[in-house]
Design a protein around this ligand. Structure first.
Ligand SMILES: Nc1nc2c(ncn2[C@@H]2O[C@H](COP(=O)(O)OP(=O)(O)OP(=O)(O)O)[C@@H](O)[C@H]2O)c(=O)[nH]1
Ligand SMILES: [Mg+2]
Length: 246
């Protein structure tokens, strides 16, 4: 008998907070992007939304049986939303993307193809790089500065850690430590753990509906303390263990 859980090829995980107008078109775009990729599931993780996000999503479940909806009682952050979705995922491979429609689901097969074609057993993460960011000038400027600083201090080779579109091995992700906003440091922490990381250019679309959840200044401030924390994590690491069974 085929085990339903292990037969899934990919779990698409989308963290959402107050994205009622965005979720329905996004779910449908995800379905058309992944339906030829093998058996899949789509997990939306609501994080204490106060709008109609949850009712819109649950209303879609009858139309789209691959859709699962998880909900936090209260708002505990985008990183926790991703982690909740990954823990519940039934496939060994995860794709994440933002719930506001700024990432284009049509790029998902590109990320999956890298996992399919890559022979490296240590490949843990494929990270999207937004080629033409459709954000305000202030946000792009702050992001460039933060990216340069982070790359110099962490040496993580990444030019765009904030891209929500990523594909990774579920076991690799769950081997990483957890803290709020870890989703911006997945690349550095995957490398720390001995996994290979690959990059792929992806599209970026303007946010058409709903409100942005992050301000430029609060993101920069919290980013500095996270950066110090991740530097400490890298410093206090003595290399991945590759034990031999004797
Ligand atoms: N689970 C969870 N998701 C969140 C939270 N805040 C934001 N998100 C989701 O994370 C994704 C990215 O948030 P955005 O507000 O779009 O951030 P951004 O793309 O950098 O900002 P904009 O360009 O202004 O849209 C979206 O899917 C949000 O719904 C949160 O507190 N919890
Ligand atoms: Mg956005």
């Amino acid at each position: 008998m085929v085990n339903e859980a292990s037969a899934l090829r990919v779990s698409v995980v989308v963290p959402v907070k107050d994205e009622a107008e965005n979720v329905a078109p996004l779910v449908r775009e995800i379905v058309s992007a992944v339906q030829s990729e093998g058996p899949y599931e789509i997990i939306f993780v609501d994080d204490g939304s106060t709008d109609e996000t949850v009712s819109v999503l649950t209303g879609l479940k009858a139309e789209i049986p691959q859709l699962r909806v998880l909900s936090h009682e209260r708002n505990i952050g985008q990183s926790r939303g991703i982690r909740t979705g990954v823990r519940a995922a039934k496939a060994p491979l995860i794709v994440t993307l933002d719930g506001d429609g700024q990432n284009d689901p049509a790029d998902i097969p590109k990320l999956l193809a890298i996992f399919r074609d890559n022979q490296d057993p240590h490949l843990g993460l494929v990270s999207g790089v937004r080629v033409k960011r459709q954000d305000s000038i202030a946000k792009k400027l702050a992001s460039t500065m933060a990216n340069n600083l982070r790359r110099n201090l962490l040496n993580d080779l990444a030019t765009d850690v904030g891209c929500g579109l990523k594909a990774f091995r579920k076991d690799a992700f769950l081997a990483l430590p957890y803290f709020d906003h870890i989703h911006r440091y997945l690349i550095a922490l995957m490398l720390r753990e001995g996994y290979e990381v690959s990059f792929v250019n992806v599209r970026h679309r303007p946010r058409l509906r709903g409100q942005s959840k992050y301000g430029v200044l609060d993101r920069l401030l919290v980013g500095i303390s996270d950066l110090l924390g991740v530097m400490w994590l890298l410093h206090r690491f003595r290399g991945p263990a590759h034990p031999r069974e004797l």
